[in-house]
Design a protein around this ligand. Sequence first.
Ligand code: DI6
Ligand code: FE
Length: 401
Amino acid sequence: MRCDGVWRNARLATLAPTMPGLGVVEDGVVAARDGVILYAGPAGAAPALDAPQVIDCDGRWITPGLIDPHTHLVFAGERAHEFELRLAGAAYEAIARAGGGILSTMAATRAASEADLVAQALPRLDALIAEGVTTVEIKSGYGLSTEHELKSLRAARALGRHRQVDVRATFLGAHALPPEFRSDADGYVSLVCDTMIPTVAAEGLAEAVDVFCEGVGFTPDQARRVFVAARAHGLEVKIHAEQLSNQHGAALAAAFGALSADHLEHLDDAGVAAMAAAGVVATLLPGAFYFTRERTAPPIEALRAAGVAMALATDCNPGTSPLTSPLLAMNMAATLFRMTIEECLAGVTREAARALGLLADRGTLEAGKLCDLAIWDIGRPAELVYRMGFNPLHARIWRGV
Ligand code: DI6
Ligand code: FE
């Protein structure tokens, strides 16, 4: 079989759903052509492989390239001062009233050019890539006007041209209420639905639409309006749901066939059942739980028992999760949420692909999938979840390169 590249003498964590656990292959081989996996499996069962480059992995582990399915990577400025104020005892509400919070990032993002946004996001993207990320979802949500939301999505698209990484863009205009609509939330939702979403869809600037459904965000009725508009324009839907309270947002998103419902600290049994029935992925965000010192963890046992797929993400954002490490996100998910090693590793590969609607072509080491690989200097996969602040990545392969 003619290939462009072969990686041999490796231990594979394939995450193949047809195999138990991590889908481990002890003496494994991966062969690829034109950026697509032709074979991933035991060396003893491999076809004859003819490749210009054959790489001896020297017994290292290979996982699918990591996928971060929930980030707010595009924004200007930072909120370290707010962090200082909070450490000094200031409450969120006081900070927000003083112009802090999302609206302070909105002001900086509106003042930034598209090029500025790209330049400020690149170091964050590089941190993800350094840990083996090959696909990343990037949301808008700090522009909060047509001009600046579109600018943010264009910056997200540009990031995918600056680095060897796949970017999936999500429109999150319904993230917060901008000052010009302070007393007219429904008027802003009309702008989101009647102007922003049609333009985003017409210009192909995003694959999905997201809503922050929360007491301090948008109501379920407003979220419903946004989902109707998203669906009318052929876009997928996602939701920030049950982060601070139970707004029954996950069940609402399930009714619209959402790809995922994210955060979920306050998800109830009805919400779990609705997600299970609709095949909605639960994307868990332990960085935000940790950084905001939340006390109520998502109902992992109930999600597990109901067979709801669980993905993991950094939720990289300047206010509640300034985190650019999927490895640390896995450690937090295990340590704080008691997810298993297998759930954590599946959460940043196979289930993260599922949360982006991309499981057909990535997220596992199987023939026909993109040859996106992460090669690790570890003795066992559990080390990727166990260690804090250590990056054992040996090499990252994106589309076979
Ligand atoms: N939930 C969050 O935790 C972030 N957005 C959201 O919908 C907060 C974003 C920020 O504080 O900048
Ligand atoms: Fe988020």
